[in-house]
Each structure stands twice: as structure tokens, then as C-alpha cells.
Design a protein around this ligand. Structure first.
Ligand code: UDP
Length: 314
């Protein structure tokens, strides 16, 4: 068993963050969780709050103030659903830039290893498929998604500059679409929207013609991957793609969810979203080689678990 560490998780109350905190606690680490509850619900950490190894601070990463000695930082703080990150775009880009500088400075002060939750959105609307880590992407710098896309790209730049300039031990991971229990009902992303709509027998809302594609990874796989990349030797910085490479159209996912929930819902086509990426599929070779990681859970298994979760809360 690895030695117990003190680990800071920013965005630790969020969908991914709360699963990560739980996993780290189960591995006997001490976890300090920072979150401003902007797009997360405190109930996500209700199981952890009485744990003596878990400490929650209601703090914005842009005003980070941590006194404890930290060994590892996971920087997950940022709304990740297009609906949420576009609601206050200036705040989104500040979270990525100022927030990243704050966690990087803290890592420098503590000589801590630091993980950055980057995103497939750095590839924008990719002209290359599948996307591998050497692809520079196709991002509109002035569009409605750029607060997030360019924010996350700037964060990657900051991580690599701190690595080159200050010798920081960085791990940059590009996370592709992930789903699972604990997504918020109003998360706004496609899997949660479709499941909630299907369970309520409401029309499933598809933006555009539904031919755009995504590859969906189950949360437990993703969390194992991000812990594995953080455990790699110091010379490995990433960026590293994590996700699944099983690509589906949004039409296919809608039909699958209607069938799985035995719903009476129909499909309603709405106007396409501005700058919506038309395809997305990771090349996972680097993950296979460096961390021997591949997703274990099937899409059907993940969807069933997620449907069970939403049935309990709606
Ligand atoms: N989408 C949709 N209906 C919804 C929510 C999303 O058709 O109710 C589409 C969206 O236009 C995009 C895809 O599903 O093409 C994935 O969207 P999501 O917000 O889940 O994540 P993204 O990958 O765009 O960040």
C-alpha cells in the first residue's frame, strides 16, 4: 500500500471531484476538499463529511487559502457542463487562469505534485479523428465555448510553463465525456438530460440533427485513470487522453436511453448549438502504454447505474 498523503482536491464536491475524494479516502489518504458550490451540491460529499481524514472548505479557487502542508493537488475546479460554464463566461475563464495560477503557486510552495483536469474541449471541433495528444485542435477563440476551451488551454500552458520554469511535477489529463451517478438533474449535459427526460416521459431534446458524435466513459473508470496518471514517475507530464473510444451519435444515445428506461418519450429536434463539436473520439494508445489503463465498464452497465441513480432522486 502506498504511503498516506495529504491531498488537496479543488472542485471536490463536483461530479468527478466527489468520486475522486471518496476513492482517495478509501486508499487511506487525508483529503482537503475545496469547492465554492457554484455548480455542485453539498449532498455529493454527505458520506464523507464525518470522516476524520476529510476536510471541506467552502472556498473559491480564485481566492485559494490553504495553510496545511500538501503532498498532491488535483485541480478539478471549474463548471464543466456547457450550460453552466456559459452562464458566467468571465468567471469560467478566471477560474481556469487565476485558479490554475493559485494551485500552481501552492504546489510550488509545497513541492507538491499537481494534476490538472484538462478536457477534450482543447481539441475544439476536431478535424482529426480519433484525437491524439499531439493534435493542436481547432478552437474558435471568440465563440461561446471559448471561455472554457481557451480557459483550459491557457491552464495547460500555465502547467507546462510552471513545469519548465519552476520544475513542478505536473500531470495533465484530457478528460473526454464522462457520466455516472451524482450528475446533477440540471447538469445540462446530454446523458443526464436524456435520462431525466426519458424517466419523466418528456421529449428528448436533440440539438441539431443528432449526427454529432461523442464517446462516453463511466465515472469509475475515469477516476481509476486519473489516480493512475498521478502515480506515474515524475518525468511523465502528459497531456494524456482519458475516456472511451466507442463513438456514438447523439441520435443513437437517445434511442438507447429510451429503450433502456422503457420510456414513452419521443425525440424533439431543436436548433443546433453554436460551435458544437461534430465529432469526438479519443486515441487511447498513450493511456494504454503509460498507465496500462483501459475502460472496464460497458456503456450499458454505466447507463443502468446512472438510470438507477436518477430514479432515486427525481
Ligand atoms: N446535446 C443534445 N441534447 C441535450 C444536451 C446535449 O443534443 O439535451 C448534445 C450537444 O449538442 C452535444 C452533445 O449532446 O452535441 C454532448 O453535449 P454535452 O453538453 O453532454 O457535452 P459536450 O461534449 O458538448 O461538452
Amino acid at each position: 500500500m502506498s504511503h498516506s498523503k495529504t491531498i488537496l482536491v479543488t472542485g471536490g464536491v463536483g461530479f468527478l471531484g466527489s468520486h475522486l475524494c471518496e476513492k482517495l479516502i478509501s486508499k487511506h489518504h487525508k483529503v482537503i476538499c475545496v469547492d465554492n458550490l457554484y455548480s455542485s451540491r453539498i449532498s455529493n460529499i454527505s458520506k464523507l463529511q464525518n470522516n476524520k481524514d476529510f476536510q471541506f472548505y467552502n472556498q473559491d479557487v480564485c481566492k485559494l487559502s490553504i495553510k496545511e502542508k500538501i503532498d498532491i493537488i488535483y485541480n478539478l475546479a471549474c463548471p464543466a457542463s456547457p450550460v453552466h460554464y456559459q452562464a458566467d463566461p468571465v468567471r469560467t475563464i478566471k477560474t481556469n487562469v487565476i485558479g490554475s495560477i493559485n494551485v500552481l503557486e501552492l504546489a510550488k510552495k509545497n513541492n507538491a505534485k499537481i494534476f490538472q483536469a484538462s478536457t477534450s474541449e482543447v481539441y475544439g471541433d476536431p478535424k482529426l479523428t480519433p484525437q491524439d495528444e499531439s493534435y493542436w485542435g481547432n478552437v474558435n477563440p471568440i465563440g461561446i465555448r471559448s471561455c472554457y476551451d481557451e480557459g483550459k488551454r491557457a491552464a495547460e500552458t500555465l502547467f507546462f510553463d510552471y513545469h519548465r520554469q519552476h520544475d513542478l511535477k505536473i500531470k495533465v489529463c484530457r478528460i473526454f465525456n464522462t457520466f455516472g451517478p451524482r450528475m446533477a438533474i440540471n447538469d445540462g449535459r446530454v446523458i443526464s438530460n436524456f435520462i431525466v427526460q426519458a424517466l419523466r416521459n418528456k421529449d428528448l431534446t436533440i440539438y441539431g440533427d443528432g449526427k454529432q458524435t461523442r464517446s462516453f466513459c463511466y465515472v469509475d473508470d475515469l477516476i481509476d485513470g486519473i489516480i493512475a496518471i498521478t502515480d506515474t514517475k515524475d518525468s511523465f507530464t502528459g497531456p494524456l487522453n482519458l475516456g472511451t473510444d466507442i463513438e456514438l451519435s447523439i441520435n443513437d444515445i437517445a434511442l438507447k436511453i429510451i429503450k433502456l428506461t422503457d420510456s414513452k418519450s419521443k425525440i424533439k429536434y431543436l436548433d443546433p448549438l453554436s460551435d458544437d463539436p461534430m465529432q469526438r473520439k479519443p486515441n487511447l494508445s498513450l493511456a494504454k502504454h503509460t498507465i496500462s489503463w483501459e475502460p472496464k465498464f460497458s456503456l450499458d452497465y454505466g447507463l443502468k447505474k446512472t438510470v438507477e441513480f436518477f430514479k432515486k432522486i427525481i
